[in-house]
Design a protein around this ligand. Structure first.
Ligand code: MN
Ligand code: MN
Length: 466
């Protein structure tokens, strides 16, 4: 090697594509891991379904429900399910828990359309369901695509009915109609954000009248639902029904290098975090996996990261270890470290003008670390301390885990946040660390298989770290 090339190699940061120089063996592992991930995505479309799926995985790996255990000791593995929408898993390490926790935390809710409390109505000869969108969506993306209904209806007597219509091959699907271009002159003149009104995101669900009287199509739908689920119209009042895209998760590209699917924000990090804790090798520090709900609407409510339920869970662990005393929880948090496992908007060459290329995350370049999030003047940012960034770098560099440090978009363009700052407020060292995504928050999002597997490896190395 020439002296000048050597200098280049030693001084410049290596920012090569991860697929380059990948051994065949490595590629196989990546593709196998992604196959399992794709299978998971095809079974899980909501936070409740994610909790159910992960709970089964945890039980299969020897984790127990903390509510069913009187006391804990080193090496024990337990989990806690919060209202079917949020789950925490923990492995008690060999070290004193006072030395702190290694936490990986992701969220399992995704942007979608929720049904309104009084959703069913008839207009003309059609029955519709009214929706209220959840999280940041581009409304026009949700018309003229196949949709499914997932969720629960709880009757006044407490009986709970699980709904999942659209995912089985012989299920019907639903859709939201849009105007034909021939008559869309006025609509096409509007700003993109005004092209579709929130109140027009009404899901088409039927067209056969029950009889020749008023609201006969609506009546027919209610009759079908009553026969199948035993519900009446008022039962919608106590339901949580989510309208989600009916697209199958698939490998993307001739080279099958990417995954296209709904809900990868943030189930890509949730899945790789969960796999990481399941495969953690008897970690010496206590390892935790957080899977939170409601991140997309500000982490509020009793299943969101702002709720006290996480503190309560860790307090309960301290109680059951028989070590709890006043302020111990705060001390544990102060000594803890966390990877906030959430996705980042990747540089899209078609829309590269919103990204600053030296500081944008790239697909296929490994785990993305955001030192800070926030928008404009770092407003609302969770900013990891340089010492902690160095600490995480060191773990990844030693284990040969490819990472990139980035921020979301150009300074003045916008920004975003995750659950990171909520844990940082407890005194925990936190950095955002996840998978770059194209078309984030769209009904069909794109990730790189290389990054997915690298995330898993990165989270596992972190949890295993002393
Ligand atoms: Mn997210
Ligand atoms: Mn999001």
């Amino acid at each position: 090697m020439e002296k000048k090339d050597k200098l280049r190699e030693s001084l410049f940061k290596n920012n090569k594509n991860g697929w380059e120089n990948l051994a065949l063996e490595g590629k196989q592992e990546i593709f196998e891991f992604s196959d399992e991930y794709i299978k998971f995505l095809n079974e899980v479309k909501t936070e409740r379904e994610a909790v159910k799926y992960f709970k089964t995985m945890l039980l299969e790996h020897g984790f127990k429900n903390i509510d069913e255990i009187a006391s804990l000791e080193k090496g024990d593995k337990v989990f806690y399910v919060n209202r079917e929408k949020n789950i925490y898993a923990i492995i008690i390490g060999a070290d004193n828990i006072e030395l702190g926790l290694n936490i990986v935390g992701a969220h399992i809710d995704s942007p979608r359309l929720d049904l309104k409390p009084n959703p069913l109505y008839q207009d003309g000869q059609f029955a519709y369901l009214k929706t209220h969108y959840y999280g940041g969506i581009k409304k026009y993306q949700w018309t003229t695509i196949p949709l499914e209904i997932h969720g629960v209806i709880v009757k006044a007597n407490g009986e709970k009915i699980n709904i999942n219509i659209g995912s089985a091959d012989n299920d019907p699907i639903f859709t939201i109609t849009d105007l034909l271009p021939h008559l869309a002159m006025d609509q096409m003149e509007k700003k993109l954000k005004d092209g579709i009104n929130g109140e027009d995101l009404n899901v088409l669900v039927g067209s056969i009248p029950y009889d020749d009287k008023a609201e006969a199509v609506k009546l027919n739908i209610l009759n079908i639902l009553n026969e199948k689920y035993g519900i009446t119209e008022i039962d919608f009042n106590s339901s949580e029904l989510e309208i989600v895209p009916s697209f199958k998760a698939k490998s993307l590209g001739f080279d099958k290098s990417m995954v296209a699917a709904y809900g990868q924000d943030d189930r890509v990090c949730a899945f790789s975090s969960m796999k990481a804790i399941l495969d953690a090798n008897k970690p010496s520090r206590t390892s935790v996996c957080i899977l939170a709900d409601k991140e997309e609407i500000g982490s509020v409510g009793n299943t969101g990261m702002y709720s006290q339920s996480f503190d309560t869970f860790i307090s309960e662990v301290l109680n059951k270890l028989g070590v709890n005393r006043p302020n111990l929880l705060q001390k544990v948090f102060n000594n803890s470290r966390m990877l906030s496992a959430d996705v980042d908007g990747a540089l899209d060459p078609i829309y590269s003008n919103v990204s600053e290329k030296n500081n944008a995350s790239l697909l296929g370049h490994g785990l993305e670390l955001n030192k800070y999030t926030g928008s404009r003047g770092k407003s609302g940012a969770s900013d990891a301390n340089a010492e902690y960034v160095a600490f995480i770098r060191n773990i990844f560099e030693k284990e040969n885990i490819k990472y990139q440090i980035s921020e979301l978009g150009k300074v003045d363009v916008g920004g975003g946040g995750t659950i990171a700052y909520i844990l940082a407020n407890k005194g925990i060292d936190v950095i955002d660390c996840g998978v770059p995504v194209l078309s984030m928050h769209a009904p069909y999002e794109v990730t790189s298989k290389y990054d997915i597997y690298t995330a898993y490896r990165g989270y596992k190395a972190f949890l295993n770290h002393k």
